[in-house]
Design a protein around this ligand. Sequence first.
Ligand code: UDP
Length: 239
Amino acid sequence: MKRTSKELIVGGIRTDKRLPEQAREIKMKVGNIFSANGSAEVRFGRTVALASVHGPRPLFPRHLQESQTGILRVRYNMAPFSVVDRKPPGPDRRSIELSKVIRLALEPALFLEDYPKATVDGFIEIIQADGSTRVTGINALSLALASAGIPMRDLVAACSIGKVDGTLVVDLNGEEDNNSEADIPFAMMPNKNLVTLLQMDGILTKEELMKLLDMAKKMCKKIYEMQREALLEKYKGEE
Ligand code: UDP
């Protein structure tokens, strides 16, 4: 819902000088947390997500164990200093929901049945939040899982898409997110062509939705290539 009278798209150009189908500058780095089994940092413009993975490791207390499979646990957290208005520390309804949808977006990529009674723990810390934090977090955690050496069916790549000032756009920033007619966090396994996250806030026609999904798939293929490069960069020369 638009809360500002400001024009967010003027002459086809967005407030941060981007074209509608242009993402912000994306940066990815693998292996920045020495104490983790796997880790990664992903930046979409000013949005910064840091992810770490611990495990697979035995799950305690024992009553939480699943005898036939391992489980993935995900904690998404926004740092108190990640936004201009201080975010009260600790879990809230939003972070609990986001932790769950991020887990559901990543689980299909894992072979958890290979780790009965074990857990894989994934942590996402949002250091700076300027829109699209859950998809940035998914990209980071997917990289962190791969860098932990955990076998995966495919990487999970994610982006946001939406409608701002009547225009269909990719990668919404915070201002666009808060004033959009619709916004959609989207994740997929690009090589499997399987969608693992699709949420929607707002109203779109069927044609708009189909066009946006097409834009999201193209964007996710590009993100996948960057994830691959980031992993190769980390392990270059480590044979
Ligand atoms: N946001 C904020 N304070 C909060 C939660 C969110 O300022 O407590 C901002 C932040 O920039 C975030 C954006 O609102 O990226 C959109 O949040 P949303 O819940 O739609 O999830 P996201 O797009 O980050 O996945």
